[in-house]
Design a protein around this ligand. Sequence first.
Ligand SMILES: *Cc1c(COP(=O)(O)O)cnc(C)c1O
Length: 410
Amino acid sequence: MPAAPAAAPTFAPRTRATLEQLASSGQLKLLQMIEGPMDATVRLRGSGTVACFCSNNYLGLANHHEVVEAGIEGLRRYGAGTASVRFICGTFECHERLEKRLAHFTGLPAAYTFTSCWNANEAVFPTLGEPGDLILSDELNHASIIDGIRLAVSIKKGLLRGVYRHGDLDDLRAKLAAARSNPEVTGTIWVVTDGVFSMEGDIADLPAIRGLCDEFGAMLVVDDSHGTGVMGRTGRGTHEHWSMPATRIDCLTSTLGKALGGAAGGYVAGSREMIELLVQRGRPTLFSNAVPATVACSAEKAIAILEREPERVARLRANVAAARTGIVEAGFSVLDSPTAICPIIVHDTAKAIAMSKRLLELGVFVIGFGHPVVPEGHARLRVQISAAHGREHIDALIGGLRTLRREFPA
Ligand SMILES: *Cc1c(COP(=O)(O)O)cnc(C)c1O
């Protein structure tokens, strides 16, 4: 037997130790196995058919027959994959169609797709940021924004970053003012925020943030992954909720993996020059494959349905209102917000997990989030509402919560 390489003996024990630590502290995640399509209900291995209140399928388009058919048609016409990055021979007409539709839908001059919004955020900051810039980010921004900025800072030496307290306009103003008198900030100041924050379900005050950007000559980037298809009368996003034209956002990123069909893929929308620079220099687009044709065709159809049927957004809104009222009547408090995310704060992590388990026995699928995903003492059940839900599903949720209230007194 040849001797083991010198470094290898350290890897397996430390990997095992990390997993054992996660298990013993109750942080090991169990991946639930779904045996059919994502919809108002899902078939869950071991639990049967349950009402699903934890997906991002906000408009019920993930299993819409036209969205599915468009994907199948795309698969037939363009085959299984592009087998190339976009700039070599991986740009298909379905990408062009989708990107034109995305630009039109968002109300910005141009758009470009990525295999995920994670990927889009990884392209935006390192490609468009330069030394001397300062990127200011809300402290509760999505992990992909945080990592995208980290990557930018490590690639572009002299690019600075800062964090402002969540939704705190006074803190943002102070940081912008400090930036303006910082001699190291010689380039562009960026302000980056989620439109809808995923764990709290609250929204960014875009008009106020835009106002500060104007006052200090900063650029505004909004990642509206949980807002697209959800916020505003026609589901354009958080800016529509605020009656703010999309053109007041300099750079919009979002996902196709939530309301817009739920498959995968993300995009950036902005000025033609900004998009062209991403096409020319973005490393995820230069060195990684395009969105598959099936996904591009499904997503294009999802947007077409949303544009054709704004009543889906209205139905989502009515479902959210009914669910919020029911949650409160069942004896729980839910963080107040206009979004489809309804976090029920139960404080204790073990309690959140036990409640989620019990709800599943009652036929209702809701995930409990505890430390370290949210701060200690802020454990919650995160209920997400969909336009696909009927009254019977909302009733099942509320009935389940009433049972929980009896079994887990406040
Ligand atoms: C979900 C989410 C993402 C990730 O989207 P993917 O397309 O799944 O990579 C990025 N940003 C925000 C704000 C999100 O909520």
